[in-house]
Write a protein that binds this ligand. Structure first.
Ligand code: ADP
Ligand code: MG
Length: 309
């Protein structure tokens, strides 16, 4: 397990140990003509203070995985634990409370409130959670802006910032709520190379300096390689795990998965025969087994675990 000097000064909710656990999580969307199994029994454990990238071909379930893990969407089956506590199954208000206190989210679109300043945007989640701005919280917010190199932008509005700066504000906002897990879905998708690199370095730094746990979905091997570990999804299942990744290794594994997805795609019948196509995605059929086996990667029936260095 990783420990950080700064982690004590700024404890992460849920404490040391396990930041995220998914136990046999499934998600089935009721499609127009037939159901779509977007997640097919995903189990994983992420220790606190780890940085994990999630990759996979388009449609493999990356966004669904993040949304179910973050309490933005409800799994059809299985359990999600954030910071050691189970995501409540009850009413929407309970889920919202849970999310506000334990989960941070950064999207491709920065989702900043245009008429609020940087400081006001960063403060917003705490206000929504009913926390009155204590002097300590104010000091901490200022420290976060300072560490993220955006302190001098505190009084600007989003329209007066570059894309990279806006995304850094979005990350500051997520970090200020001290989430057990910070989820990011394609956080560099709308940025140029330099802006993207700053955002990735910032996520990396939040792990190293604050002991933050970060889970990032990306389709960019260079971005993915900023993480400690890359997990690969295919057809709603975790099929591979790459610790200490390099961009080249990530690109190589993705090429194989894309290749398999394309071959599977060619076998997929035309829309008129969606029944058969669904059966193919729903059950781990012989085809899926063979496809997975031919990546020569081990499969992980029980939780894929990401441990601190
Ligand atoms: P990724 O992010 O890896 O591209 P998604 O998680 O967005 O994949 O989607 C996984 C699968 O679930 C895809 O087949 C997609 O079409 C389907 N899907 C995603 N969201 C919905 C939805 N709201 N309704 C129906 N099907 C969906
Ligand atoms: Mg997606």
């Amino acid at each position: 397990m990783m420990t950080y000097g700064v982690a004590e000064e700024r404890p992460v909710r849920g404490g040391a140990g396990e930041a995220l656990r998914l136990a046999s999580v499934t998600k089935v969307y009721e499609g127009v003509s037939s159901p779509v199994t977007a997640l097919d029994g995903v189990s994983l454990v992420l220790e606190s203070g780890t940085f994990t990238s999630v990759m996979g071909p388009s449609g493999s379930g990356k966004s669904t995985l993040l949304q179910c893990a973050a309490g933005l969407d409800r799994p059809t089956g299985g359990q999600v634990f954030v910071g050691g506590d189970e995501l409540p199954g009850g009413d929407e208000a309970a889920v919202t409370r849970f999310r506000r206190t334990r989960v941070g989210f950064v999207f491709q679109q920065y989702n900043l409130i245009p008429y609020l300043t940087v400081t006001q945007n960063v403060r917003l989640p705490q206000q929504l959670a009913g926390r009155r701005g204590s002097r300590e919280e104010r000091r901490e917010r200022a420290a976060i802006l300072d560490r993220l190199g955006i302190a001098d932008l505190a009084d600007r509005r989003p329209a007066e910032l570059s894309g990279g700066q806006q995304q850094r504000v979005a990350i500051a906002r997520a970090l200020a709520a001290r989430p057990a897990v910070l989820f990011a879905d394609e956080p560099t998708g709308a940025l140029d190379t330099a802006g993207g690199r700053q955002v990735l370095e910032l996520l990396r730094e939040s792990v190293e300096r604050f002991g933050q746990t970060v889970v990032m979905v990306t389709h960019d091997p260079v971005a993915a390689a900023y993480a400690d570990t890359v997990l690969f999804l295919a057809d709603g299942s975790l099929v591979d795990r790459l610790p200490n990744p390099t961009a080249e290794e990530v690109a190589g594994r993705m090429a194989r998965l894309d290749d398999l997805a394309a071959r599977r795609g060619r076998r997929t019948p035309a829309p008129a025969d969606t029944q058969a196509a669904t059966a193919d995605t729903q059950a781990p059929t012989a085809g899926t087994q063979a496809a997975t086996a031919s990546t020569q990667a081990p499969t992980y029936p029980r939780p894929m675990t990401v441990k601190g260095a």
